[in-house]
Ligand binder design. Structure first.
Ligand SMILES: NC(=O)c1ccc[n+]([C@@H]2O[C@H](COP(=O)([O-])OP(=O)(O)OC[C@H]3O[C@@H](n4cnc5c(N)ncnc54)[C@H](O)[C@@H]3O)[C@@H](O)[C@H]2O)c1
Length: 280
C-alpha cells in the first residue's frame, strides 16, 4: 500500500545489485511512494547487467560510481542533481564488502590490506558521500541520509569478522557527521541496524543459515525482511521522521534487546538431549 510519503522527493540509492538486495527493495518502495531517484553501483556491479531492469521499472537512471572514489562521487552527485532537476532529499548507503570474509581469513589472521579495504568500502565511503554532498551543498534542508548497519557493531557475533569494525565506524560517522550536518543544514543522518537477510552480501557471512534461524528464534517479532527494511527506510526518508538524527535504529524484530527467548531455549535444550555425554 502506498501513502505518497515521498511525493516530489529526489534521491540517490547506492547498492542495488540484484533483486535480493535491500537497496533494490528500497528503490521499489521509494518509487511506489512517489520518489524519483538515481541508482548507482560500481562499474563492475553494473556490468552484471541486472540493474537496468530495476531502472526501467522505477523510471530511474543508472550512474556508475565506486563509493570509495571521491571524484567519482562528485560526478555522481552533480549528474544526479542535473538529471533530477534539483537538490537531493534522500540518500541510501547500502554498501558492504570484506575481502577478508571473501577469502575466509578469520579475525585473528586478517590481511591488513584487505582490512583497510573493508573499512574503506563499508564505512569510509559513507563519510565520503556525506563530505561530497556537503561540499556541493547537494542535500535539501530536512533531507535524510540512511546507511545500513548490523548489530555486530555492538555485540560480537561469530563469523562477522572485520565487518563488525566497519559497522562500528559507520555508526560513529553517522553521529559525527549528523551533528555537523544537522547543526548547519538541518540534514538528518542515521543508520538502520537490520536483521540478517539472505542477500549476496548476507550469504558471505559465515553460517548465515544458522544465524538466520538463531535470530528468528530470539526475536519476538521474528527477523525483519528486506521488504520490511524498505518500509522503514521510506519512513526515514519521509517528512514524518524530521527530528530523528544521529541514531542507530534497530530494525530487527526485537533481537538486540533479547538475552534468551523461550524458542531459542527450547532448541538449545533439544541439542543437549542430542548429546548423550552432556545429558541429564
Ligand atoms: N544481508 C544482511 O544480512 C545484512 C544485515 C544488516 C545490514 N546489512 C547491510 O546492508 C547493506 C546492503 O547489503 P545487502 O545485504 O543488500 O547485500 P548486496 O550484496 O545486495 O549489497 C551490497 C552492495 O554493495 C555494493 N558495493 C560493494 N563495493 C562497493 C563500492 N566500492 N562502491 C559502491 N558500491 C559497492 C555491491 O555492489 C552491492 O550492490 C550492506 O551495508 C550490508 O552490510 C546486510
Amino acid at each position: 500500500m502506498a501513502y505518497n510519503l515521498l511525493k516530489g522527493k529526489r534521491g540517490i540509492i547506492f547498492g542495488a545489485l540484484n533483486d535480493m538486495s535491500i537497496a533494490w527493495k528500497v528503490a521499489e518502495r521509494a518509487h511506489e511512494e512517489g520518489a524519483i531517484f538515481v541508482l548507482t553501483n560500481t562499474p563492475v556491479a553494473l556490468r552484471m547487467g541486472e540493474l537496468d531492469s530495476l531502472a526501467e521499472k522505477t523510471g530511474s537512471k543508472v550512474i556508475p560510481a565506486d563509493a570509495t572514489d571521491v571524484n567519482a562521487l562528485e560526478d555522481l552527485v552533480k549528474q544526479s542533481m542535473e538529471l533530477l532537476g534539483g537538490k537531493i532529499d534522500f540518500i541510501l548507503h547500502s554498501i558492504g564488502m570484506s575481502p577478508n570474509v571473501r577469502k575466509g581469513l578469520s579475525y585473528d589472521k586478517l590481511n591488513y590490506g584487505y582490512y583497510q579495504k573493508t573499512l574503506d568500502v563499508s564505512a569510509l565511503s559513507f563519510h565520503k558521500v556525506l563530505y561530497v554532498c556537503r561540499k556541493l551543498d547537494a542535500i535539501t534542508e530536512w533531507g535524510s541520509v540512511v546507511a545500513l548497519s548490523y548489530v555486530a557493531a555492538q555485540r560480537t557475533l561469530y563469523g562477522y569478522n572485520d565487518m563488525a569494525d566497519a559497522k562500528s565506524l559507520l555508526e560513529s560517522i553517522a553521529r559525527s557527521f549528523g551533528y555537523i550536518y544537522g547543526r548547519d543544514k538541518k540534514i538528518r543522518v542515521n543508520t538502520i541496524s537490520q536483521s540478517p537477510t539472505l542477500t549476496t552480501a548476507g550469504s558471505g557471512v559465515k553460517g548465515i543459515d544458522r544465524l538466520l534461524d538463531f535470530s528468528e528464534r530470539m526475536s519476538p517479532l521474528g527477523n525483519a525482511t528486506a521488504d520490511d527494511c524498505a518500509d522503514y527506510c521510506v519512513t526515514m526518508f519521509s517528512d514524518l521522521t524530521k527530528k530523528v538524527t544521529m541514531q542507530n535504529l534497530f530494525h530487527d524484530g526485537g533481537f538486540s534487546s533479547m538475552g534468551m527467548s523461550f524458542r531459542a531455549m527450547s532448541q538449545y535444550d533439544k541439542s543437549f538431549r542430542d548429546c548423550p555425554e552432556l545429558g541429564d
